[in-house]
Design a protein around this ligand. Structure first.
Ligand code: BDP
Length: 717
């Protein structure tokens, strides 16, 4: 049999060079493809002899390069690229290209893989054992290739592969809160990745690396600009720049979306109104969208923040959110575009309880939205706090597809100095039972459409990327980008599984190291809740920049103060959201509403979210509420110190650059945890008038000292 064997010596040399320079500054993310350790390496050498990608598209070309790069790195040797299968070939291609190699089982199973899913299967063909990676679409093949490489990176047995995987939600997007001047709202990893000034002429190679990283996770869309949108985004000058990015992202299956300002027809269109029921306004949007598609033929659609935090919206014209969204949806529909309309609303009139506002405004609009509209809902009803109960809108709008909005950037979770692995937080929300249709109506089922049979589904993550060399500021921020992508594809994965894969792909270490890092990660979120906002406390951070504690923040708009949320006074602490208070509990379905409203059944982690209680209230532990608050704050600090010790023990076991980076940040985190603890305990003590329990170290600074700290140039503000 004739074989054409091309060995890519040049490429190999480049890859080897790339690995030896800056290998571990974090730039390579989870995609460095280091050589597999023994004994798996030996097996892989036996099982993988060559590769073949049937390519006739830019996407498959990307898949081929990736597979080659991955195999060379992981196997630590040259890899033959063949044009006919041989024993030990890894063969990738879409189903039409590979038709002759597919057995009946694959032919029937592939139907279930959908547009973007894939199959990875060990098969025998023409008497040869090969590994097939196939999909209905080219991007499915690319996802399959990345997944196959992940199996190798994480040391999995590839002897008898029989994998079929498809995404549980359709729109899996990052939301960049990036401004056109390159600052990033709530961004802590440097400036925006998008160098707007030099686009479209200069195409930073990093754009390709960004697309590749997202494709490796199955993320299929990116909203380039801030939800607090600058109308200039829709001018030809910026559309041309966005189009240049879209061209780079396209082979990776990554669609471009844009955030728009509702008043754009006035701001850049010269109209004197943005009223969605005005014909001129509708026409303006139709033309504008047509223009957008002339730049970006596969444009994904629009993300809108309207009538929230001062942003304009349909309510400025006495129209509803649905009327606003539908106008845009009508303009996008002919091109297959969608609208992601945010439910994060609170207007200039301070409501009785901000936690209730989204449901009050949106629930009555159920079934009024066009088919190509998703309502995008934050995981909790306030605002990305370290812990919130799930948003009561989930399950409450059965006629409307609701999209999840998670925050990956750690606005309220220590920004880029704290190690906080967010999977447990995302999972806590996704696994919550709304009881919308009885037991088992989880938030995940609302979001993936299975509860109400919605086909248009989505999950958005507010990105934590910037132009820092390691992309996310804190190396462990990468794990949260990774987690978001993995959960958007499959929300059934556990926090533990995701952590384990990420660690193996990032640190290439033995099982002891993996176990130790995993423990740090899995405990980190609860640790952070403890030293920031235990027992249901929320929104007590510094004003404006949100950096550090600010339980004393008062003055100005009430629902921008901390006092509004903790309501501490001599009598007690907490926000009464039961029927005797704001009755936010009444927005949940029956058993959940009662569970939260009833002190006996309300989980203690949400206690002060839903209840105002006296300082000497008896907790389940038998201790008073005051004592428990102190215990949680002190536990939080203790756990950070434990993390430091656990990390310190890894010194000789992981790359020194990564080790030092994290070690320094952990010491910053320890100081910040102490700062949070002392500030909150001293502040709340002025009301409780009770002592810090015996045996706890006394704060080494006064409350006055903490109150006076100012941070003029905190990032992300
Ligand atoms: C809050 C942020 C603010 C955002 C807003 C939003 O502090 O910067 O603009 O959310 O989601 O968390 O629109």
């Amino acid at each position: 049999m004739m074989k054409t064997i091309k060995i890519y010596f040049v490429l190999l040399a480049i890859i080897i060079a790339a690995f030896s320079v800056n290998a571990d500054d974090g730039y390579g993310l989870w995609l460095n493809y280091q050589k597999a350790p023994e004994p798996v390496l030996k097996n892989y050498h036996q099982q993988i002899k060559s590769m073949m990608v049937l390519k006739n598209s830019p996407t498959l070309k990307v898949a081929e390069n990736e597979l080659f790069k991955g195999l060379v790195g992981i196997l630590g040797r040259q890899v033959s690229v063949v044009s006919e299968i041989e024993e030990g070939s890894v063969v990738a291609g879409n189903i039409s290209a590979l038709n002759s190699l597919l057995n009946e089982k694959i032919k029937s199973e592939i139907k279930d893989a959908g547009e973007e899913g894939y199959i990875i299967s060990s098969v025998e063909s023409e008497g040869k054992n090969i590994i097939l990676i196939t999909a209905n679409s080219d991007v499915g093949v690319l996802y399959g290739v990345f997944n196959f490489l992940q199996l190798l990176q994480t040391g999995k047995d590839i002897g008898k592969l029989d994998i079929i995987s498809s995404p549980k939600v359709k729109i899996r997007v990052l939301n960049h809160w990036d401004n056109l001047d390159r600052t990033v709202e709530r961004g802590y990893a440097g400036f925006s990745l998008w160098d707007w000034h030099r686009l479209p002429g200069y195409l930073d190679p990093r754009y390709t690396d960004y697309a590749r990283a997202n494709a490796s996770l199955g993320i299929n869309g990116t909203v380039l600009n801030n939800v607090n949108a600058n109308p200039a985004m829709l001018t030809p000058q910026f559309l041309e720049k966005a189009a240049a990015l879209a061209d780079i992202f396209r082979p990776y299956g990554l669609k471009v979306y844009l955030s728009v300002k509702f008043s754009s027809p006035v701001d850049i269109g010269g109209l004197n109104t943005a009223d969605p029921l005005e014909i001129d306004v509708q026409e303006w949007w139709k033309k504008k969208i047509e223009e957008v598609y002339s730049y970006i033929p596969d444009f994904g659609g629009l993300l809108i923040k309207a009538n929230s935090e001062g942003q304009p919206g349909p309510q400025n014209y006495d129209r509803t959110h649905a009327e606003g969204a539908n106008m845009l949806a009508d303009a996008l529909a002919p091109f297959g575009g969608i609208v992601m309309w945010r439910a994060f609303v609170y207007d200039n009139n301070v409501p009785d309880d901000r936690a209730k506002q989204a449901q009050n405004e949106f629930k009555p609009l159920d079934v009024q939205f066009r088919d190509n509209v998703l309502v995008q809902v934050k995981n909790g009803p306030i605002d990305f706090q370290p812990r919130e109960p799930f948003h009561p809108l989930f399950g409450a709008m059965p006629g409307t597809p609701l999209m999840m909005e998670f925050q990956i950037t750690q606005e309220y979770l220590g920004q880029a100095t704290n190690l906080v692995y967010l999977a447990p937080m995302y999972k806590e929300c996704l696994d919550s039972d709304t009881y919308a249709k009885g037991e088992g109506s989880t938030v995940a089922k609302v979001v993936d459409g299975s509860l109400e049979n919605h086909k248009l589904t989505g999950m958005a993550g507010v990105a934590n990327t910037g132009n820092d060399r390691n992309w996310t500021g804190h190396l462990f921020g990468q794990s949260n980008w990774f987690t978001f992508g993995k959960l958007a594809w499959n929300h059934e994965l556990t926090s533990e599984e995701i952590a384990e894969d990420w660690i193996k792909m990032t640190f290439y270490s033995d099982s002891e190291v993996v176990a130790s890092i995993k423990k740090i990660m899995l405990e980190s979120r609860e640790t952070t809740v403890n030293y920031m906002t235990p027992l249901g406390l929320h929104h007590i951070m510094g004003r404006g920049h949100h950096y550090g504690p600010g339980p004393w923040v008062t003055g100005g708009r009430p629902d921008w103060t901390s006092l509004y949320y903790h309501k501490a006074d001599k009598e007690g602490i907490g926000f009464d959201r039961t029927p005797s208070g704001s009755n936010a509990t009444g927005q949940y379905f029956k058993p959940v509403a009662d569970m939260f409203a009833n002190l006996e059944t309300c989980p203690e982690e949400y206690l002060l979210w839903f209840h105002h209680l006296p300082w000497d209230y008896k907790m389940k532990s038998g201790k008073t509420l005051w004592e428990e608050i102190c215990i949680h704050y002190y536990d939080g600090v203790k756990s950070v110190r434990n993390m430091q010790v656990a990390w310190g023990a890894l010194q000789d076991k992981i790359d020194s650059e990564k080790f030092k980076h994290v070690q320094m940040l952990l010491s910053v985190q320890e100081k910040e945890a102490v700062w949070w603890r002392n500030s909150c305990v001293l502040y709340f003590q002025t009301f409780s008038e009770m002592p810090i329990p015996n045996g706890f170290e006394k704060p080494d600074q006064t409350l006055e000292y903490y109150r006076k700290l100012t941070f003029r140039f905190a990032p992300g503000n």
